[in-house]
Ligand binder design. Sequence first.
Ligand SMILES: [Zn+2]
Length: 376
Amino acid sequence: MEKKYRICTKCLMDTTVPDIHFDQNGECNFCKDYTNRITKDLYYDSSGQTGLENLIAKIKKSGAKNDYDCLIGISGGVDSTYVAYLVKRKYGLRPLAVHLDNGWNSELSVANVEQIVKRLDIDLYTHVLDWEKFKDLQISFLKSSISNIEIPTDHAIWAVLVRTAAEKKIKYIISGNNIVTESIMPESWLYGSKDARLITGIHRQFGHFNYKSFPKLSTLNYIDYLLLRGIRWIPILNYVPYVKQEAKQIITEELGWRDYGGKHYESIFTRFFHAYYLPRKFGYDLRRSYLSALILSGQMTREEALHEVEAPPAPAEQLQEDRDYVIKKFGLSTEEFEKIMMNPTKLFSDYPNNDALWHSLDWFVKAARQRIIRVK
Ligand SMILES: [Zn+2]
């Protein structure tokens, strides 16, 4: 029997999430998780501020003899751009910026990244993936019919950051991950990107090349880099009041940043993933999760968000254009592509993965989080 459609009375999450549930007031489990997380992982009360100041002093001291005292990832999107601004201009740190070129950057994002590092006078290291091999890996994910076909890119970004930090002996990675705009993401929608075994498994099944040089982190690497070598990850936007509109205004005025018209739309593949692939193949609209986080953090009313989500994720011509671009860049025929889109959807658990191992390492993740993030 078809499940009856239902939407949370507080946010925008609805029964397109397979495992959503509601309480007697009609509020969903994601709203509850959100409340838990902001009390645990947000630090911008006064003790958090002192903690942050102490932390900044510590970062400066630890890197005093180095060319750089911290590492930041830069995509050209709002979050990472604002992090670059905060780190350099507001806190006076000496970051090295790392950018991953996976072959899909839009012209605007390239222009934004150039502008940002120039205006802030930050050194930039761009890691360029081997396109022919990365293409083979991305097509493998498309053929696997799992929802999160961005896993290879997300994994590579994190791996390049951690490896660069280790190589250059930089202890702190300051990232733009944050609770107020991205904390609501059902695992049933998107399985996370830390699982190197899933990447290898899917590539082996559907790919043609061996891609040894792909930036990967095994579970052992995580333990080695994060626990033994003590590289620390600081989601700095959880330590400051992060209001997206204000951040946009600041980076536009101060850094000449230009808007893409959608979260994570700086990459053409990501836009295709959000606006075309997920809605068409899975019926998932990730805007529900981003907008819900904005509602719960008080940056938008539910009515405004509902209005926004009613419009299509991108104009029809844009969707068609992106689809055609993806087909051409992958060198697929339209028939091949349509066949992939029509294939039954799969779960990550249909492929080799380390989910059970990660769950058994829960204590480690928690311990690492305590050690890495908590500064109060
Ligand atoms: Zn809710």
